[in-house]
Design a binder for this molecule. Structure first.
Ligand code: ZN
Length: 204
């Protein structure tokens, strides 16, 4: 896969219930900004050099011994190599690595009648731009998503705590394609009372 990248800082707007893909060179940074607040950002990533090496949430959990991401940790690939590191958190610090991405199947299971946009479909649309067509949609890192776990192992999904302008910043540990979707879920209140946009800033 080709790696079109730029040394010039670039901003990418992600409208509500849609997604975008950006390519980072090694050492470049991606900041994900919750523009209006209380909006979940699903993140997927794949090595720019190998379409079979993608960000694995189970590998990341197992290697970091954490259920939820925190500053200082890396997000590892299916080959146990770091793709991204979590450099800075300018949000309440509540994120998720448990939930599946929303999908047509999920909305059908929730008895939503007709078509509903989803992170899975927005992922596939974005991934196709770099000719990435995985058989299954990988589990995402769900920035800003609040899924507190209880002592008995149960967990719930609550509205994100983020305020307008809150952000997280990741550093590319290798050349990597990153897909971010502004979660489409509006049948549960994880995105507050409505789905809103995200903004990406990329650069050295
Ligand atoms: Zn979603």
């Amino acid at each position: 896969m080709k790696v079109p990248t730029s040394d010039v800082p670039t901003t990418v707007e992600i409208p509500a219930q849609s997604g975008a893909i950006v390519t980072l060179a090694t050492g470049h940074r991606l900041t994900i900004i919750d523009v209006e607040g209380s909006q979940v950002a699903d993140l997927f990533a794949v090595s720019a050099n190998d379409a079979d090496e993608w960000l694995s949430v189970p590998v990341t959990r197992a290697s970091s011994w954490r259920l939820f991401p925190a500053v200082g940790q890396s997000f590892l690939s299916t080959a146990y190599r770091p793709l991204l590191s979590f450099e800075r958190d300018d949000s309440p610090g509540v994120h998720d690595m448990l939930e599946a991405p929303c999908s047509p199947e999920m909305y059908r299971a929730m008895a939503f009648p007709g078509y509903h946009p989803s992170c899975s479909e927005n992922f596939r649309t974005a991934a196709a731009r770099v000719d990435w067509h995985p058989q299954c949609v990988p589990d995402p890192v769900n920035f800003f998503q609040r899924t507190p776990v209880e002592a008995d192992g149960s967990f719930t999904a609550l509205p994100a705590l983020t305020s307008p302008g809150d952000s997280v910043t990741l550093r590319a540990e290798t050349a990597v394609h990153v897909i971010v979707t502004a979660c489409s879920m509006d049948l549960e209140p994880i995105n507050g009372d409505r789905c809103t946009p995200l903004r990406l800033e990329i650069g050295p």
